[in-house]
Write a protein that binds this ligand. Structure first.
Ligand code: G3H
Ligand code: ZN
Length: 284
């Protein structure tokens, strides 16, 4: 069924695993991620950035596509459609009214009081509709669509506690050294801060920039309250590689199903690997 993230993430925290957020880019990504979740008997979060939604047609197109695929594939595991890095109250409201079951309001680059104000407004509307809310503090490095960062800023534990208490968000993404896109060398995540934030915030934590984080760090993050891990680049790399290999082997090929099919298989295999690594398999 289509659900919010709230119960999903509470269960993940209680049972010591993380639910993957896998970003949608097109039909094949959606198919692959839903198939992987059903086969693994895993809950799943479909992440949709504003840029990806624009590419696919809009929020309504995304919701209709996901709902139809869930029916055609007889999906029984819990699925959330989540706005990734919502840039404004208006954008979150649009997603909620289109049928998204979860939103992220990313006001982390605004002054703290403004972040609180915007996030509070989003929570009010979202909770009225049974929709969950994720907020962010600090700055995740790298670039994803419209979200560009010059450097990395660690979230402040005091602000994290205050943001959760004053806004009523359902989960929190404290930036602690993670990066969108590939890492240059090993990631250096602030686990000391993560532990403190986990103790003080009292909501499940979210880890952005999941691509390239080694398994021992994933496990450490889960042990410090991380219940959701976002992955996009790794699936994009896997799908691009499959397209390149297919077209290199058969340069005369033109039927999109012949090269996007292998891309879809590659995404599915990658997602299954992540679900096993995050421990969400057989937790639906
Ligand atoms: O919001 C989406 C994620 O944080 C994706 O990060 O592309 O580095 O896996 P990634
Ligand atoms: Zn992110």
């Amino acid at each position: 069924p289509l659900v919010s993230m709230t119960e999903m993430l509470k269960k993940a925290n209680a049972e010591g695993y993380a639910v993957g957020q896998f970003n949608l880019n097109n039909l094949e990504f959606t198919q692959a991620i839903l198939q992987a979740a059903q086969e693994e008997n895993s809950p799943v979060i479909l992440g949709v950035s504003e840029g990806a939604a624009r590419y696919m047609g809009g929020f309504k197109t995304v919701v209709a596509m996901v709902k139809a695929l869930m029916e055609d594939y007889s999906i029984t595991v819990p699925v959330a459609i989540h706005l990734d890095h919502g840039s404004s109250f208006e954008s979150c409201a649009k997603a909620i009214h289109a049928g998204f079951t979860s939103v992220m309001i990313d006001a982390s680059h605004h002054p703290f009081e403004e972040n609180i104000e915007t996030t509070t407004k989003v929570v009010e509307l979202a909770h009225f509709h049974g929709v969950s809310v994720e907020a962010e503090l600090g700055v995740v490095g790298g670039q994803e669509d419209d979200v560009v960062a010059e450097g990395v800023i660690y979230a402040d534990p005091n602000e994290c506690e205050e943001l959760v208490k004053r806004t009523g968000i359902d989960c929190l993404a404290p930036a602690l050294g993670s990066v969108h896109g590939p890492y240059k060398g090993e990631p250096n995540l602030g686990f000391k801060e993560m532990e403190e934030i986990n103790n003080r915030a009292g909501v499940p934590l979210v880890l952005h920039g999941g691509t390239g984080i080694p398994t021992h760090d994933i496990q450490k993050a889960i042990s410090f309250g991380t219940a959701k891990i976002n992955v996009n680049t790794e699936n994009q790399i896997a799908s691009a590689k499959a397209v390149r290999e297919t077209l290199a082997a058969k340069p005369e090929e033109y039927d999109p199903r012949k090269y996007l099919g292998p891309a879809r298989d590659a995404i599915k295999a990658t997602v299954i690997g992540k679900m096993r690594e995050f421990g969400s398999s057989n937790k639906a």
